[in-house]
Design a binder for this molecule. Structure first.
Ligand code: SF4
Length: 316
């Protein structure tokens, strides 16, 4: 039977960012250096495929430090942790490695600097996300006001409207955040912001590539986990850019083929924690059903790399 033709527009950049790449390397190198098991507090990155793979190699994923024994190394995830976590690890004299992405650590430092200068912090981010918990946990309880929406901006009640600074989560929608920042600066004209926004290069580039792809396609698939903030934002950005059908899928088995019946052009991208092997799997699944032509839509070239911590570069 003849397969119908279909063009897959592959967004570039997509998939792994430098922070995710580094965090996975940290777990792999820790396993090599210290042997299994190595404990990891929270999913090292939000991707089941990555987590399952590392689990097979001997990583044990836990949610809290009190689930880790005293005699095994523990790694903190790429999203960052509240200050209380390394403090407790040090108190217990645990061997720990912090895989917090350096771009998240940069936001932590900003928050501390503003706080030390007497400014009250406003954080634009999602409640409950580990990055939000980690960033808010750099400062004493209650020191940071969390803002998620434009409505929140209208209702917050800071101590002194002239002594405010804001920071953002690294994985937000660039456009939605710009609206919130505008609302903040119009309500609090003296609020201090980052020199360059906190949304990271990888989030920005992946959203830009999706915008370039989304306009002229029948459907957009974003490979990523349901708890991956940057992946969910890619779906929203695709919809906002005019793509009527944009879906998050973890793997090829999640694709709703009935919804794609009649499609002739599909955009494909992956969140920053989704490995390229899952893109290949999805392309193969399309090839089984369609006569596929792949076109790359590249809007940026990335060359960012982060070093792993010294403890892992030194011999055992
Ligand atoms: S998405 Fe950005 S902030 Fe998050 S790990 Fe990747 S590079 Fe770091």
């Amino acid at each position: 039977m003849n397969k119908p033709p279909l063009t897959l527009f592959l967004a570039a950049p997509r998939g792994f960012c430098a922070g995710v790449d580094r965090a996975i390397k940290i777990v792999e190198m820790a396993l090599e250096k210290w042997g299994a098991p190595v404990y990891v507090r929270h999913e090292i990155v939000h991707n089941k495929y990555v987590v399952d793979n590392l689990r097979d190699k001997g990583a044990v994923f836990v949610e809290e430090l009190d689930e880790c024994p005293d005699d095994r190394p523990v790694i903190f995830s790429a999203h960052g942790v509240p200050k209380s976590v390394p403090a407790e690890a040090a108190r217990r004299e645990l061997l720990f490695v912090d895989a917090t992405c350096p771009l998240v650590s940069k936001v932590h430092i900003e928050a501390e600097r503003h706080y030390a200068n007497g400014l009250q912090m406003v954080k634009i981010g999602h409640a409950g996300h580990p990055e939000t918990l980690g960033t808010m946990g750099q400062l004493p309880e209650g020191a940071v006001i969390l803002v998620e929406t434009l409505e929140d901006v209208a209702s917050i009640d800071p101590r002194n409207p002239d002594k405010l600074a804001f920071i953002t989560q690294t994985t937000l929608s660039v456009d939605d955040t710009a609206d919130i920042v505008e609302a903040l600066t119009s309500r609090f004209p003296n609020i201090v912001g980052p020199h360059k926004e906190d949304i990271c290069y990888a989030t920005t580039n992946r959203q830009q590539a999706v915008k370039a792809v989304a306009r002229d396609i029948d459907a957009l698939l974003v490979i990523g986990a349901p708890n991956s903030s940057n992946s969910k934002r890619l779906v929203e950005v695709g919809r906002a850019a005019g793509c009527g059908y944009a879906q998050l899928v973890q793997r090829a088995t999640d694709i709703d083929w009935r919804a794609l019946r009649g499609a002739r052009s599909v955009g494909l991208t992956a969140g920053a924690s989704a490995p390229e092997v899952l893109i290949d799997e999805v392309i193969d699944a399309f090839r089984q059903r369609f006569e596929v032509t792949v076109e790359i839509v590249e809007t940026a070239v990335e060359s960012v790399e982060f070093k792993v911590p010294r403890a892992l570069r030194e011999p055992a």
